[in-house]
Design a protein around this ligand. Sequence first.
Ligand SMILES: N[C@@H](CCC(=O)N[C@@H](CS)C(=O)NCC(=O)O)C(=O)O
Length: 419
Amino acid sequence: MALILHAQKGNKNAYKTLIAAEYSGIKVELAPDFQMGVSNKSPQFINMNPIGKVPVLETPDGPVFESNAMARYVARLGESNLFGSSPIDQAHVEQWIDFSSMEIDDNIMKLYRPRRGFSPYLAPVEEAAISSLKRAFEALNTHLAHNTYLVGHSVTLADIIAACNLYLGFAQLLVKSFTSEFPHVERYFWTLVNQPNFRKIFGQVKQTEAMPPIPSAKNPTQPKESKPTSKDAPKKVAKSEPEKPKVVEAEEEAPKPKPKNPLDLLPPSKMVLDDWKRLYSNTKTNFREVAIKGFWDMYDPEGYSLWFCDYKYNDENTVSFVTLNKVGGFLQRMDLARKYAFGKMLIIGSEPPFKVKGLWLFRGQEIPKFIMDECYDMELYEWTKVDISDEAQKERVSQMIEDFEPFEGEALLDAKCFK
Ligand SMILES: N[C@@H](CCC(=O)N[C@@H](CS)C(=O)NCC(=O)O)C(=O)O
């Protein structure tokens, strides 16, 4: 029998239960016809949660309210390892759940509620919340510099709850100039929200480009919670919804027409990127003579450019699998550039700290702006355009494409290709 989740769509606290359910293999259905401000005021709802707040989870053994408790319940029902495998892991999972609730979510809500008109706006309160949030992000950033996940080597409930709390921040409040001070938090957040079990629930997440304006007396933001509309009508089963950006806290945005990518408007190139990718993939022997020679024969310096990249924080690459995951996440996030790019990323060294260096082929003469704007990893690298009139640079390109070892005198820990 499925558990019934009472919540309006887009409620990030309800997502904690839905994502935990994906990991645990537990069936959860959204209560039909839930209307914020109406359903949660009904006597039946007050019987389930005396404070009348959402979400609430209806189980065969009675209701559970408070979103962290609901997610814990669902995590314990299933077969998953969402609490880790030892008492100390469990303690750390609980530690990070409390940290992300009290140090992150509490401060995010102190920013969110006044900006959205749900509570009065007071500048000193906002300033204090920002400074507490920065303190929490600094601590989180330090932890994540050496850890892919909050606890152990796989997703736990702590990551699910942290991601849901960060989600509201990234989607509605925290612009790039704020989050870029915390590159490991950014990497962590984007890695999580792109995991299939998160993506099913969040859809495609986009970082906000601006803080909501401060509500003024002239232009107050209407508290949406008290004004249910037909738009609040819930979807039947969140788990099987098609993937699309989800709207946080029940707000709809009009779909924008998709502009053409400026790279599609460039003069045609004699180089066909897919032909090169095919040659790269299909060459199993004599790589230098076949693939590398083929690359230089095909390369069109007018239609494409080559770039070296160098990770700026190599001294933090002290753990091999964290470094590999970091590069893997970068390549996943480059998915948006598949039509316009080819890349090689080398993880160099047999001892930590590992160096991460790469070579990228981009359509056009510059690094495409949409990639710079949308893939935050780009800022973590120093980018240098390859001068192909310089034979030494050309040779370096060839070596990077063919995973030449030793590369600049060092062994390769791994080489990853984006094609
Ligand atoms: N600590 C609660 C927070 C619940 C909460 O604040 N819910 C809000 C919506 S996100 C609500 O129901 N507001 C309506 C109200 O205050 O009456 C949890 O994590 O479940």
